[in-house]
Design a binder for this molecule. Structure first.
Ligand code: PBG
Length: 333
């Protein structure tokens, strides 16, 4: 087709490559596959319980028997990675239950590995907030979250999780120096193959609110701003990331996801290790609430969000939408 304007002889017609679904698929720059997804679970003590999390429709606090059934279904959908958060009944100031032998998560890791072995990538959240009576991610002394004593406990938690069979430990506490301490403790205990996924750029975010219901981990006083990052900062995220890599992190997590696409992109450009984005509870709940009102097309919106995170450069996306996404990817209509 000749151009009717002789002065505007545009050789490039962008719409040529958008003519059919087949053409669009052929030239697509971004993929989204079930193996890119990490599915989180909230684990309860005991058996045969499944309580809905009110602020996160479609998400449950559940006992191991239910989680085993879900993992079995997830594997059939192609989801490989599962991340466990414990919601134990007993909590104390030291978060002792986070690292006792045969604790909630330790028991679950052992059973999941017994049943699914190498088919799953088993990830354990390495933090104190779900286990401490005060709900902070570290130990509290004189009203302050103290760094170095917390790091020693986190290293103990990581070793107990590795002993139980976790493939990946995921320190989400944001204490300084914990990656080096965890690496050293793991190696000393003979777990030199246990992977560390460091929440390097974890922001003090209002998007975590529904998670704190789900994990019963809201801080009883103060907030997390003395250890999580200030949302105004990007360079700080890159410093944290370099620090965690230097200390031995195998993978980096950026969290939350949607409002932090620039952080994901800059992190991916900076480091040579895989970067995960955590699409957090508040991001999930907003989509669910809008969808329940009929204001958005849930499937289209979620796939667009996930694709956006992959386009920003995330290798993996941790999301409560994981099972739905995997199902939608299977159904191709
Ligand atoms: C803390 C932790 C949090 C999340 C994951 N790990 C909450 C927090 O920092 O308060 C939030 C995840 C989400 O919102 O989905 N160990």
């Amino acid at each position: 087709m000749a151009n009717s304007n002789p002065h505007l002889n545009l050789p490039y017609r962008a719409r040529r490559l958008r003519q059919s679904a087949a053409l669009r698929d052929m030239v697509a720059e971004t993929t989204l596959l079930p193996q890119h997804l990490i599915a989180p679970f909230f684990l309860l003590d005991g058996a045969h319980r499944r309580d809905a999390v009110a602020s996160m429709p479609g998400v449950w606090q559940q006992t191991l028997d239910h989680v085993l059934i879900e993992i079995d279904q997830g594997l059939k959908l192609g989801i490989k990675a599962y991340m466990l958060f414990g919601v134990p009944e007993a909590k104390d100031a030291q978060g002792t239950n986070a690292h006792i032998q045969d604790g909630l998560i330790q028991h679950a890791c052992a059973e999941i590995k017994k049943q699914f072995g190498q088919d799953v990538v088993l990830m354990a959240d390495t933090c104190l907030c779900e286990y401490t009576s005060h709900g902070h991610c570290g130990l509290v002394m004189d009203g302050q979250v103290v760094n170095d004593p917390s790091v020693s406990v986190l290293a103990k938690i990581a070793v107990s999780q590795a002993e139980a069979g976790a493939d990946v430990v995921c320190p989400s506490d944001m204490m300084d120096g914990r990656i080096a301490a965890i690496r050293e403790a793991l190696d000393e205990a003979g777990f030199e193959n246990t992977v560390i996924m460091a929440y390097a750029a974890k922001y003090a975010s209002a998007f975590y609110a529904p998670f704190r219901d789900a994990a019963a981990s809201a801080p009883s006083f103060g907030d997390r701003r003395s250890y999580q990052m200030d949302p105004r900062n990007l360079k700080e995220a890159l410093r944290e990331t370099m620090q965690d890599i230097d200390e031995g992190a195998d993978m980096i997590m950026v969290k939350p996801a949607s409002a932090y696409g620039d952080v994901i992109k800059a992190t991916v450009e900076l480091v040579e290790v895989p970067v995960a984005a955590y699409h957090v509870s508040g991001e999930y709940s907003m989509v669910k609430a809008a969808a329940a009102n009929g204001w958005i097309d849930e499937r289209a919106v979620v796939l667009e969000l996930m694709t956006g995170l992959r386009r920003a450069g995330a290798t993996m996306v941790a999301t409560y939408h994981a099972f739905d996404v995997a199902r939608w990817l299977q159904s191709h209509d």
